[in-house]
Design a protein around this ligand. Structure first.
Ligand SMILES: Nc1nc2c(ncn2[C@@H]2O[C@H](COP(=O)(O)OP(=O)(O)OP(=O)(O)O)[C@@H](O)[C@H]2O)c(=O)[nH]1
Ligand SMILES: [Mg+2]
Length: 392
C-alpha cells in the first residue's frame, strides 16, 4: 500500500520519521511523508524527512515555539495556514498513493488540534481515504491531555475515514515514565503498522496465493470509527539453521532477536494449526487499543512471512475463528509473502464498539468541562453529542 504520511506535532513527526527510516533500511519506496509543527526545534530534530518537507506553521503567532498544549490554537493556526500545508503535500506528489495517514499525539496542542482540521481539508480535496493514527496520552500526563485527546477524537471520528488508536498507557511498563518509554513504544508502532501498511506490496518473495491488497484494507476500514490492531510474531525453525533475517519485521532499534519471538516450531508440525494459533495470539494479546473485540464490526487478518509458511487453510480457518469472535461477519484476509525467518500475524479490528480507555477519556473530558461550566446534569456519553468537538 502506498501511504502518504503526515506527522503532525512532535510525536507525529518522530513516528513518521521512523516509518521513512524503515522504508530506507528495507530499500523500499512505499512510504512518503512530511512533518507539520508549530515548534521549530521539533522539526529540526527529524532525520529522514527532507528539509523541504518540514512545514513550520503559526510562526506569526507563536514564533516557532509551539502552542503549548492549547489545541484550539493548534486548530486555528492549521486552519489559517492550510494552503501552505496542502501545497507541500501536492509538491511531494499524491497521484500514485492509496491513502493518507496523519499521525499525531492527541493529548498535546499542535497535533491534537491540527489533525481534525487537516483531515477535513484533505477529504475535500482528494479522493483517497484519509486515516489517522492517533496516540492517546497516559493518565499521568494530567487532565488537560485527556481533555485534548477526547475533543480531538470526538472530531476525528466524524471527519476521518478511520482512526487507528495506539494507547500509550496500555504500552508503558509499570513504574516506567512515559517519556523514557517513547522510543520503545514508537518502535512497537512502526513494527506492527509497518507490516500492515506494506501489505500488497510485491516484495522479493514473490506473489502470495491470496494476497491482501490495498482495496481490502480500504474496504475493511470503510465503516469509520476507531480501530485497534493486534500483532504476533514467531520464528520459523528450519533444519539447517540460517542467519536470522528479520526482514520487514525488524524495527528501527535493530534486528529481531530470538527471544522476541515465541518458541513455536513451525517445521514438522501442523502449519495450519500454527497459523491459527498465531492469529489467535495476535487478537488475544495486547492490542494497540485494548478493547472488547466482540464489539468489533469488521476485521482483517494478515499473515506475513516466507511463502512456505503461509498455509492457506490455516488463514481461512483463522478468519473463521475471528468471525466467530467479533460482532460483525465481514472478515477479510490473506497473506503477504516476505523473505524472513519470521512469520507475523496482524489482526485489524475495525470499528470497535467498546474500549474502556475511550470511555474513561470521555468521562474525564466531561467532568473537566462540567467543572469549568458548573453543569450539574448528567447525560449519557457518546462522541456525537456529549463531548464538544473542536469545531463543527
Ligand atoms: N508514543 C509516543 N507518544 C508521544 C511521543 N511524544 C509525545 N507523545 C505523546 O503525544 C502527546 C502529545 O505530545 P506532542 O506530540 O509533543 O504534542 P504536540 O502535538 O507537539 O503539541 P504541542 O507541543 O502542545 O504544541 C502526549 O500525550 C505525549 O505523551 C512519542 O515519541 N511517542
Ligand atoms: Mg510540541
Amino acid at each position: 500500500m502506498r501511504i502518504f504520511f503526515i506527522g503532525f506535532g512532535q510525536a507525529g513527526g518522530k513516528i513518521v520519521d521512523m516509518f521513512l527510516e524503515q522504508d530506507k533500511k528495507l530499500g523500499r519506496n512505499s512510504f512518503r511523508g512530511i512533518a507539520v509543527n508549530t515548534a521549530r526545534t521539533d522539526l529540526m530534530g527529524l532525520k529522514h524527512i527532507e528539509m523541504k518537507d518540514r512545514i513550520l506553521i503559526g510562526q506569526t503567532v507563536v514564533k516557532g515555539h509551539g502552542v503549548g498544549t492549547d489545541n484550539a490554537m493548534g486548530a486555528k493556526v492549521t486552519f489559517d495556514e492550510i494552503d501552505s500545508i496542502i501545497s507541500a503535500i501536492d509538491k511531494r506528489g499524491t497521484h500514485d498513493i492509496d491513502a493518507f495517514m496523519i499521525v499525531a499525539g492527541l493529548g498535546g496542542g499542535t497535533g491534537s488540534g491540527g489533525t481534525p482540521v487537516l483531515t477535513r481539508s484533505l477529504k475535500k480535496i482528494y479522493r483517497e481515504p484519509v486515516y489517522v493514527l492517533g496516540i492517546l496520552p497516559a493518565p499521568e500526563e494530567g487532565k488537560l491531555y485527556s481533555f485534548n485527546a477526547a475533543r480531538s477524537l470526538a472530531t476525528l471520528v466524524k471527519e476521518a475515514d478511520n482512526t487507528f488508536i495506539f494507547d500509550n498507557s496500555a504500552w508503558k511498563n509499570e513504574g516506567e515514565s512515559i517519556k523514557t518509554a517513547f522510543s520503545r513504544l514508537n518502535d512497537e508502532i512502526v513494527r506492527r503498522f509497518g507490516v500492515l501498511f506494506r501489505a500488497g506490496e510485491v516484495g522479493s518473495a514473490g506473489i502470495g496465493e491470496m494476497v491482501v491488497d490495498s482495496s481490502e484494507i480500504i474496504n475493511t476500514l470503510r465503516g469509520g470509527g476507531i480501530t485497534s490492531v493486534g500483532y504476533a510474531i514467531t520464528e520459523v525453525v528450519t533444519k539447517k539453521p540460517k542467519k536470522t533475517v528479520g526482514g520487514i519485521f525488524d524495527g528501527i532499534k535493530g534486528s529481531l532477536r530470538k527471544k522476541e519471538a515465541t518458541e513455536e516450531v513451525l517445521l514438522g508440525e501442523d502449519r495450519t494449526a500454527k497459523v491459527i494459533s498465531l492469529v489467535r495470539r495476535a487478537m488475544l494479546g495486547r492490542l494497540t487499543l485494548p478493547c472488547d473485540f466482540s464489539s468489533t464490526e469488521r476485521a482483517l487478518v494478515l499473515v506475513a512471512g516466507p511463502p512456505d509458511e503461509l498455509d492457506r487453510k490455516g488463514i481461512e480457518k483463522a478468519k473463521s475463528w475471528v468471525e466467530e469472535n467479533i460482532a460483525g461477519v465481514e472478515v477479510r484476509g490473506g497473506d503477504y509473502p516476505v523473505n524472513s525467518n519470521f512469520v507475523a500475524a496482524v489482526v485489524v479490528l475495525a470499528t470497535v464498539g467498546n474500549a474502556p480507555r475511550i470511555k474513561e477519556l470521555m468521562e474525564i473530558a466531561r467532568s473537566t468541562r462540567d467543572d469549568a461550566a458548573k453543569i450539574e446534569e448528567k447525560k449519557p456519553l457518546s462522541f456525537e453529542d456529549e463531548i464538544e468537538p473542536l469545531f463543527e
